[in-house]
Design a protein around this ligand. Structure first.
Ligand SMILES: [Mg+2]
Length: 223
């Protein structure tokens, strides 16, 4: 059995900034503070982004404040997705369908999104049905820990017989490559997010792709 673990933002879909906008407007609403600091989002977990937003605006980064921010974010996310021009990235629909038709491949998620946010984003684009399990960004500050959670989910949902070198992580950032290596998985980097092919290549994935409009090199390496 081969397991493919997909990142969401920049890999399966581009939300057009809907997630960031929902989180930032939630932050302003909950804490009454206009945002003044930019923090990095790419490849990071929602939990870490939330903590950094709080810390950089002198808000106590307590679990209670994180919960308030999370509830407000999830309340805003559906409208934000409707109000931004996002899209499913090239070739993804066909790729997921192709992989689902194979009885030797299982599909999961490895994302920095909180689980509820992942469901809303994927549901908005009709992709949620493809994924039965995954690792998410609810509790973890480090993406490597999300990868460990995803590996645990594989063992629960697919079986403990799945060896890490039969697991493929598909993501759009150097952090996706790094977290795949943290669990001994193989990794495809796809340049449909903010990183160039060269930046991704320098992180030393097993394969770098411009996008999945022609997935043959990926499907070839899987077999
Ligand atoms: Mg991503």
């Amino acid at each position: 059995m081969i397991v493919c673990l997909f990142d969401i933002d920049g890999t399966l879909l581009a939300s057009g900034g809907a997630g960031k906008a929902a989180l930032e407007s939630a932050f302003t609403e909950v804490f009454g503070i206009a945002l003044r600091a930019e923090i990095p989002y790419s490849g990071r977990t929602d939990r870490a982004i939330g903590r950094d937003l709080m810390q950089s605006h002198d808000v106590e980064p307590s679990p209670e404040n994180w919960q308030k921010l999370l509830v407000a974010y999830l309340a805003r996310l559906p409208d934000s997705l409707n109000n931004h021009h996002g899209r499913v990235l090239p070739g993804i629909g066909t790729l997921l369908q192709t992989l689902r038709e194979r009885n030797d491949v299982a599909l999961g998620l490895l994302t920095g999104n909180v689980q509820a946010g992942a469901k809303v984003k994927l549901g908005h684009y009709g992709l949620f049905e493809h994924f039965a399990f995954g690792g998410f960004g609810d509790r973890h500050f480090d993406r490597d820990d999300v990868a460990r959670e995803a590996l645990g989910a594989i063992h629960t949902h697919v079986g403990t017989h799945v060896k890490p070198d039969r697991v493929w992580v598909i993501g759009d950032t150097p952090l996706d490559v790094k977290c795949a290596r943290a669990i001994g998985a193989r990794v495809v980097a796809v340049a449909t997010g903010v990183h160039t092919r060269e930046e991704l290549h320098n992180a030393r994935p097993d394969l770098t792709m411009a996008d999945f409009s022609d997935p043959s090199s990926f499907l070839g390496i899987l077999s």
